[in-house]
Design a protein around this ligand. Structure first.
Ligand code: SF4
Ligand code: SF4
Length: 162
């Protein structure tokens, strides 16, 4: 009898405890700024496309889901004529963003990519290219490419000890 009452007490306490369940999509989850979700292509602060069609992102992609076709302007500058990502294959590892020298390709905290048709998960350049700079507002590849940069401050190893 006492055991039964203890069990009822335990169940009652759980029933009255505040719930941890979030009513998604009515309540949106709090995502870390570095959450790796939907991929975008960003622009320089002056509005020009950042991507120089170097193909590094496609080479580093472990599931081979990026396709870049290079074109060239009359000034000889490369840009992607085609930029395609198959999100049905992407594992959101972020390696493409790490490899990109121009900060063009970026993963964003948007995970709402679900669709009914696999073909809809293939995003082309107009689906990927945004109007702004994304995570790196002041960065412009052409301001730093081939130029000596100040050395970063050295790390105080003592400060990393527990
Ligand atoms: S996040 Fe990973 S899997 Fe997805 S496109 Fe980039 S490199 Fe490929
Ligand atoms: S997104 Fe970056 S790594 Fe990929 S082709 Fe463009 S410049 Fe190169």
């Amino acid at each position: 009898m006492i055991g039964m009452l203890k069990s009822l007490w335990a169940v009652g306490r759980k029933l009255l405890a505040p719930t941890q369940t979030q009513l998604y999509p009515e309540e949106q989850p709090l995502l870390a700024p570095r959450y790796r979700g939907r991929i975008i292509l960003s622009r320089d602060p002056d509005g020009a496309e950042r991507c120089v069609a170097c193909n590094l992102c496609a080479v580093v992609c472990p599931v081979d889901c990026i396709e870049v076709v290079k074109a060239e302007t009359v000034e000889g500058r490369w840009y992607p004529e085609t930029f395609r990502i198959n999100f049905a294959r992407c594992i959101f590892c972020g390696l493409c963003e790490e490899a990109c020298p121009t900060a063009a390709i970026q993963l964003t905290p948007d995970f709402e990519l679900a669709d009914y048709a696999r073909a809809s998960l293939v995003y082309d350049k107009p689906d990927l290219l945004i109007a702004g700079t994304g995570k790196y507002p002041g960065y412009r590849y052409w301001d730093v490419a081939g130029k000596a940069q100040p050395a970063p401050p050295s790390v105080d190893v003592k400060g990393l000890e527990p």
